[in-house]
Design a protein. Structure first.
Length: 253
């Protein structure tokens, strides 16, 4: 059995090492876009090195075109079905996937499931694609990355994994029914079954000026979700790991 390691670059961007294969999720490398500013360590150039990239849905804080254009030409990128055209002329090897699909890419096996989340690129866009999550297995190791999803997510077909990367927070004044908070995220991980769980989608981006307007909301949705997720996890079933931005964590122990 080969090694397993994870580096959280912020938001939902992670690099997971399944043996020698580097799997990159929802890459966002910039410090600011639209009204959001990064309140964390910026990703290094190392974040752009990937053997496989997984993009869960069309929202611009996940399907971020400037960041995806920084990837090496020929890198395989799995995106929701119907969104290949967004990456036209990038030189990337773009593969579309729908819930239920099973792919073998970059030497690993990818199982695609549906996520409970809005399908459009943004509120006023007609561009839409079914959001997805991924279970990836390779080198005797496995990970589950559900993308953004709500508590109604059906995880009955997701087999247990070594590592779950689960969203626990947000970047605005409300979380909404199409995201999970720390308690619901802990329940999803319990239902899937994971040896380790790393909370993502928190503590990275926050709207400009909103910290002064709504400090209590910022604490609830931005500053504390990771710790509250660890409190909600049953350590008899899964070990919660609070990652630091940009720090590689080996999970072989």
């Amino acid at each position: 059995m080969s090694g397993l390691a994870v580096t959280w670059w912020g938001h939902s961007t992670t690099t997971v090492e399944l043996g020698a294969t580097r799997v990159l999720t929802d890459p966002v490398f910039v410090d600011r876009f639209v009204h959001l500013r990064r309140h964390a360590t910026s990703p290094t150039d190392e974040a752009t090195a990937a053997d496989l990239v997984l993009v869960s849905h069309l929202h611009m804080d996940h399907f971020h075109l400037p960041s995806l254009r920084r990837l090496a030409a020929g890198t395989p990128v799995v995106v929701p079905a119907g969104s290949r055209d967004l990456l036209a002329r990038t030189g990337l090897d773009v593969l579309e996937a729908s819930p239920g699909d099973r792919l073998t890419v970059a030497g690993v096996r990818v199982e695609v499931s549906a996520a409970d989340h809005p399908a459009t690129r943004h509120r006023w866009s007609r561009k839409a694609a079914q959001p997805v999550g991924f279970r990836v297995e390779g080198a005797g190791r496995s990970l589950w990355f559900p993308g953004d999803t709500g508590p109604a997510t059906d995880v009955s077909d997701v087999r247990p994994v070594d590592l779950a990367l689960v969203p626990v927070g947000g970047w605005g004044p409300t979380l909404g029914d199409d995201h999970v908070g720390p308690a619901d995220a802990a329940d999803l991980v319990r239902r899937v079954g994971a040896r380790w769980a790393v909370p993502v989608h928190w503590g990275t981006f926050w709207p400009l000026g909103m910290g002064r307007v709504a400090p209590g909301v910022r604490r609830q949705l931005f500053e504390t979700p990771g710790e509250r997720f660890l409190d909600a996890v049953d350590e008899d079933e899964v070990r919660g790991v609070l990652a630091e931005h940009g720090r590689r964590i080996a999970l072989d122990r």
